[in-house]
Design a protein around this ligand. Structure first.
Ligand code: F6R
Length: 236
């Protein structure tokens, strides 16, 4: 595991984007596992800049997102599909049909979960998985638990996650209580994992996850068992 500490969010974003760019340049038909939230916004901004400068081509890339709120469809401005459209997809030449975000409104959610995993398998797994980390150590929406559900599944969001994400909604009562998330198997089977985190509030959980014991109580700690993980922590 490589843990890189940099001084700022901008530097974290620059280094993360450079790694994703290297992946896409070396394998133009890469399968990228993507995340939402505030951590990757700057990374996506830099990828867009590289695309606009003619340095990156996403026409053969496939993206598979980690998660989606249950009950929000892609037109809801807090859905993760909408986030991806606004923060990345509509600015680059990725083919819309090659972008996957779990559906939070599928009529049969169990079937949606199964199909999501089957799709990841059909693509031969994820080449590079970008992750953020929750204050409780979640990755995707795999919340602390005594056992992990391994495949894509529905989760009850942890109270601290609901509070943390309330900043994006009118108030906390509007935050969905459930989400659909890729499970640990697909994340752990990704060929490379790139986790980004920044700010003093994330320092403690980053230390716990990567210097503490491996335990389902800190889901990101499982990444210590992955053979190609880079963590970039921005101090501010
Ligand atoms: C988002 C996701 C979450 C976030 C985490 C950190 O797709 O999977 O695990 O990465 O909640 O969120 P931010 O970056 O907003 O602090």
């Amino acid at each position: 595991m490589k843990i890189i500490t940099v001084s700022s969010y901008e530097e974290m974003s620059r280094q993360a984007a450079n790694r994703i760019a290297a992946q896409v340049i070396s394998k133009p038909n890469s399968v990228l596992g993507l995340a939402t939230g505030s951590s990757p916004v700057g990374t996506y901004r830099r990828l867009i800049e590289m695309y606009e400068a003619g340095d990156l081509d996403f026409s053969e890339v496939t993206s598979i997102n980690l998660d989606e709120y249950l009950g929000l469809d892609g037109t809801h401005d807090q859905s993760y599909r909408y986030f991806m459209q606004e923060n990345l997809f509509r600015h680059i030449n990725i083919r819309p049909e090659n972008t996957y975000v779990p559906s939070g409104v599928a009529a049969d959610i169990a079937k949606e979960c199964k199909e999501y995993d089957a799709r990841i398998d059909a693509y031969g797994g994820i080449d590079l998985q970008l992750l953020g980390i929750g204050l409780d150590g979640h990755i995707g929406f795999n919340e602390p638990a005594t056992t992990f559900q391994t495949g894509t599944h529905v989760v009850d969001l942890h109270p601290s996650t609901i509070t943390a994400n309330a900043r994006f909604f009118a108030d906390e009562s509007q935050v969905p209580r459930k989400a659909i998330t890729m499970g640990m198997t697909a994340i752990m089977q990704a060929k490379k994992v790139l986790l980004i985190a920044n700010g003093p509030a994330k320092k403690e959980i980053v230390e716990k996850a990567f210097y503490g014991p491996v335990t389902p109580e800190v889901p990101a700690s499982i990444l210590q068992l992955h053979r190609d993980v880079t963590v970039i922590f921005g101090e501010t």
